[in-house]
Design a protein around this ligand. Structure first.
Ligand code: AGP
Length: 613
């Protein structure tokens, strides 16, 4: 959703800020803005539309300051417009603020400030922040050291909701104050230069030496120094982390789109995610988690909680957990889980999956589960993200930065790591399934090369995309883990091609959905489980008889006369098959979107990281 960038140092801030905003475009936004300080005066330029339009706006090129903040806004309170875009200034134009998150009590604060004489010009919740900072600043004693930082701290204590903020002050032009609660914020450091961002990729080309702020942290940045404070304004010590992502990983690297690049990165992402967790002939290594046999034998159920694609990864791994450790697994959508009373207690293990680690609903679900005494495991791709900080245990996927809004390599990496975790649990529990576990481990080690094979022949996918790109509705069907992959394939198509599609369990068609099948409707079937081939083929024949045209993704020998469009993928254990069967269908969505001339990486209305409910 919204993106934040900031810079204080010895170079002009403007190009660094614009570059950072361009790197954050993937988060999804509708307007952009920038503030810098020149000769003790704040300049602020903002506009509805793309960062490129901001860059070309009158006046932007003359911003010379070496201190600045910038923002891409995804509208929540008030329509996309230049007035509602960030930064927002206080009435005296002394303070400039950018903000990610939602201030839930902004009406109350607005009324308070209005009665104190402040005026408001935008429809946003954010505009209360610079005015509140001004209110407290003017109340501070003339001689208070750190008057600016104090005023920001006091203002944040009045805010309810979520925020990551950057604040400039024209009276203390050599500083930026930042603070966070429930919205991510990081600070990168070089000698004489500090970089701020909501997401690491925005500043990775300048430094990989990065502080990750915790909830409640406030930081005062000058070009040479950072001081961190807690909510009571006590100084706290923090250490930076070295981020191992390569800056190039956040570039397109010759591909037309990030999504295509990320689809093709899957063999590497899966290999990196397996890493040293699995070495041929050995047990899976999750010793960092330190989960005991005693704890595992005591759990009565597992809840996998997540949103969107991450939730689909949960559906894909439910069978492997249930098969290997005989514990019932419920896969739940985080936004539902958090508002009902799930049957969980201290015997429930909660696994939250989130590529970004910042999804508001998943984070809230995790906090709810913890408060009910459950142990929690976070599976995330982003080091230090909020979900990883909140969970009892964290497991990272090593997919590298995923920039395209439509998640691809994160999904296959999540299934890979969770399958390894299921095996690890079975090994810890000593359930005497050695042959099956060994077989699965061998198969997991082969996933990277099988993913490469699945990426090889794309001609049929491309030609089928040309056939279907004008369609309004289509169907994905499968059984077992093929149904889980069908759900994800359907979401991918919706997200980037805006074609409506549904996924059904093949056996469920007859109970209603088959009424929708008529001449020329497209049905895409996935068949990877040898035991279910005949059943799945019968279901597909039923739709063909009713006029459907089909595309089949399979590793079985099917009759070409019945199924003219077959995408063959490598043989893979049915419990792991979504890792491979999704690949041609990710490509299909990609090519359909390209045929329609759409923006693959930044589909309409969507944001990469959904940090509000
Ligand atoms: C994936 O293509 C989607 N953009 C979306 O469903 C995403 O998976 C979901 O918002 C969850 O994100 P997370 O993994 O960062 O929590």
């Amino acid at each position: 959703m919204c993106g934040i960038v900031g810079y204080i140092g010895t170079h002009k801030a403007r190009p660094i800020l614009i570059n950072g905003l361009l790197k954050l475009e993937y988060r999804g936004y509708d307007s952009a803005g920038i503030s810098t300080i020149e000769n003790g005066k704040i300049s602020c330029l903002k506009n509805k539309g793309r960062v490129k339009e901001l860059e070309n706006m009158n006046g932007v090129s003359s911003l010379e300051g070496t201190v600045g903040i910038a923002h891409t806004r995804w509208a929540t309170h008030g329509k996309p417009s230049s007035t509602n875009a960030h930064p927002h200034l206080d009435n005296s134009k002394t303070f400039s603020v950018v903000h990610n998150g939602i201030i839930e009590n902004y009406n109350e604060l607005r009324n308070f400030l209005t009665s104190a004489g402040y005026k408001f010009f935008s429809e946003t919740d954010t505009e209360v922040i610079p005015n509140l900072v001004h209110y407290y600043y003017t109340k501070e004693d003339e001689n208070t050291p750190d008057k600016f930082a104090h005023a920001v701290r006091k203002a944040t204590l009045d805010l309810k909701g979520s925020y990551a903020i950057e604040v400039l002050c024209s009276l203390e032009p050599d500083k930026i104050i930042v603070a966070r609660k429930d919205s991510p914020l990081v600070i990168g450091i070089n000698e004489n230069e500090k970089y701020i961002a909501s997401d690491i990729p925005a500043i990775l080309e300048y430094t990989n030496n990065i502080y990750i702020l915790n909830d409640g942290d406030l930081a005062k940045l000058t070009k040479n120094n950072i001081v961190f404070y807690d909510t009571s304004f006590n100084v706290i010590n923090k250490s930076p982390e070295i981020i191992s992502w390569d800056a190039k990983a956040a570039d397109k690297n010759g591909y037309d789109d990030f999504m295509l690049k990320e689809i093709y990165e899957q063999p590497t992402a899966i290999r990196e995610t397996i890493g040293t967790r699995l070495v041929s002939g050995k047990k899976c290594d999750f010793s960092d988690l330190n989960i005991s046999k005693e704890y595992l034998s005591g759990i009565s159920n597992i809840y996998i909680v997540a949103c969107g694609t991450a939730m689909h990864a949960g559906l894909a791994v439910k069978p492997i957990f249930e098969r290997l450790i005989s514990v019932p697994v419920t896969v739940d959508i985080a936004s539902e889980f958090r508002y009902r009373d799930p049957l969980i207690d201290e015997k429930t293990l909660i696994i939250c999956i989130s590529q970004s680690g910042e999804t508001a609903d998943t984070l809230a679900a995790l906090k709810n589960a913890k408060s009910m005494g459950c142990k929690t495991i976070a599976v995330s791709n982003v080091i230090g993200s909020s979900i990883t900080r909140e969970a009892d245990f964290t497991i990272y996927t090593h997919a590298g930065p995923e920039i395209a809004v439509a998640s691809t390599k994160a999904y296959t990496s999540q299934i890979t790591i969770l399958s390894l975790l299921a095996i690890h649990f079975a090994e810890v529990l000593e359930l005497d399934e050695n042959e099956m576990l060994q077989n699965l481990k061998d198969e997991i080690l082969e996933l990277p090369s099988k993913a490469s094979i699945a990426l090889e022949n794309t001609d049929l996918i491309k030609s089928f995309a040309k056939k279907i790109y004008k369609e309004k509705d289509l169907f994905f069907i499968g059984r077992g883990t093929d149904y889980a992959a069908a759900m994800e394939a359907s979401l991918k198509l919706k997200e980037i091609s805006y074609i409506h599609s549904d996924a059904y369990q093949s056996g469920e068609l007859k109970h209603g959905p088959i009424a929708l099948i008529e001449d020329n409707v497209t049905v895409i079937g996935i068949i990877t489980d040898r035991r279910l081939v005949e059943k799945s083929v019968s279901n597909l024949q039923e739709v063909i008889t009713r006029g459907a045209k089909t595309l089949i993704v399979t590793n079985q020998n099917l009759d070409k006369k019945i199924f003219p469009n077959i995408v063959t993928i490598p043989q893979v254990h049915p419990l792991l098959s979504p890792v491979i069967s999704i690949i041609p269908l990710q490509l299909l969505s990609y090519y359909v979107s390209k045929e329609k001339g759409l923006d693959v990486d930044k589909p309409r209305n969507l944001a990469k990281s959904v940090t509000v409910e």
